[in-house]
Design a protein around this ligand. Structure first.
Ligand code: SF4
Ligand code: SF4
Ligand code: SF4
Ligand code: FES
Length: 406
């Protein structure tokens, strides 16, 4: 049950300041703080895996253990409240050994796949293993033998690389309000899956990709289309075109070693041309078209007594959410395509005609900030005479990887 505003202000009134001792240093704390919050506020660091800021702690991984010097117990700092007079040691030998053992246990049934893994050099499990000097497999467990789930248009699940931290479950349920994945089974049979452990495409997943963003390992990744795009670029009979959303050119700079937030659209255009795209389109153009079309639809609905309020249909994650959870709102959604799909349709109709091309000979790639756009591109409604408006979608993160190939 959530506290109401009166209860919250009461809690604020009774919040007390006190100190706890961490590594022989007195640190300020407040009623309601976890030990981890005090540790982080004071510039200290303990490793975490299952912890997700602003969500209820689950205490699933125990990576954040610290030593409560008064009781001599090891406690999980992410879920244990700070109390006046507490004395905490974040890096006693017991603590460090305990964390190392947890990592070794996680690795005991983990595939030795780092070199082939999409998260190689960007994996929290790998980093923790390195930081804790894990140099040999001391504990050998039964390997996870779960199949890859390739059923989703947006997301690949590799349960063999899952360390059961539960971050995806919390995010899907508490942040996105979808709850299409959860823990299944118990003990060493526990896995993360959908109802009846069927493919993600059979669930109410809205393809938002937020679970990928929080997954510490390679267990959840974007479904990528690098091979198909490269094949199209190599094919002399294909006109390969690309569109990108306005946010892409400002969100890529940091990944490419430039100043964060710098707009690199000139560099990006040059890079896309260099890797072989024949024409580059700006999705801002179709974003304007979408606004014009939606405005016209709003005026028409107001004048003709149509269903109101009119709700935008630009976000395919939101459209799927409405379809799954609020079907009664579907007729409130605008009938307009999203900017990605509008530009895709224009490219395969107006542009194809202008250039004297058969739409089948155009391979249209879209670069978007969200995995739900992959799902949208393959929806049946987004095809004309069996030809997709958009053939492949890359996320910003994938585009950076794609460009690094060249
Ligand atoms: S998830 Fe991390 S530890 Fe596991 S194979 Fe991939 S890179 Fe290696
Ligand atoms: S993509 Fe979104 S809806 Fe689907 S499982 Fe992940 S968090 Fe849940
Ligand atoms: S899929 Fe990723 S986020 Fe979800 S429990 Fe497994 S490791 Fe954690
Ligand atoms: S981070 Fe604290 S128990 Fe997992």
């Amino acid at each position: 049950m959530y506290a109401n505003s009166t209860q919250l202000s009461f809690l604020n009134i009774i919040k007390m300041d006190f100190t706890i001792n961490i590594n022989n240093k007195n640190c300020k704390a407040q009623t309601g703080d976890t030990i981890l919050e005090v540790i982080n506020r004071n510039g200290l660091k303990v490793p975490t895996l299952c912890h997700l800021k602003d969500t209820m702690p689950t205490g699933a991984c125990r990576m954040c253990v610290v030593e409560d010097v008064n009781s001599g117990k090891l406690i999980t700092s992410c879920s244990f409240p700070a109390n006046p007079g507490m004395r905490i040691n974040t890096h006693s030998q017991r603590v460090v050994e305990s964390r190392k053992t947890i990592i070794e246990l996680l690795l005991s049934n983990h595939p030795d796949d780092c070199l082939y893994c999409v998260r190689n050099k960007n994996c929290e499990l790998q980093d923790l293993s390195e930081e804790h000097h894990v140099r040999e497999r001391r504990i050998s467990g039964r390997k996870n033998r779960e199949k890859l789930d390739l059923s989703s248009a947006s997301i690949v699940r590799d349960p063999e690389k899952c360390i059961l931290c539960g971050r995806c479950v919390t995010t899907c349920e508490d942040v996105m309000g979808v709850a299409c994945i959860d823990f299944i089974n118990r003990g060493n049979k526990a896995i993360i899956g959908t109802s009846f452990n069927e493919g993600l495409n059979t669930s109410s997943c809205i393809n938002c990709g937020q679970c990928i963003m929080v997954c510490p390992t390679g267990a959840l990744t974007e479904k990528n289309h690098f091979a198909e795009i490269q094949q199209a670029i190599e094919d002399p009979t294909k006109r390969v075109v690309v569109q990108y959303a306005p946010s892409i050119s400002v969100s890529m700079a940091e990944e490419l070693g430039m100043e964060a937030g710098k707009d690199i659209n000139g560099i990006l255009n040059a890079a896309l041309r260099k890797v072989g795209f024949d024409n580059i389109f700006d999705s801002s153009f179709s974003a304007d078209l979408t606004i014009m079309e939606e405005s016209a639809e709003l005026v028409s609905r107001i004048q003709n007594g149509g269903r109101l309020p009119l709700i935008t249909s630009c976000c395919p994650g939101w459209v799927k959410y409405a379809e799954e959870f609020y079907p009664e709102l579907i007729s409130n959604l605008s009938s307009c395509k999203s900017p990605q799909q509008m530009l895709g349709a224009i490219i395969k109709s107006y542009y194809a005609e202008k250039e004297g091309l058969n739409p089948e000979d155009i391979y249209s790639v879209s670069i978007m900030p969200c995995t739900a756009k992959k799902f949208e591109a393959q929806r049946e409604e987004m095809t004309q005479a069996g030809i997709s408006d958009v053939d492949a979608v890359l996320t910003t993160r994938e585009l950076t990887k794609f460009l690094k190939l060249y």
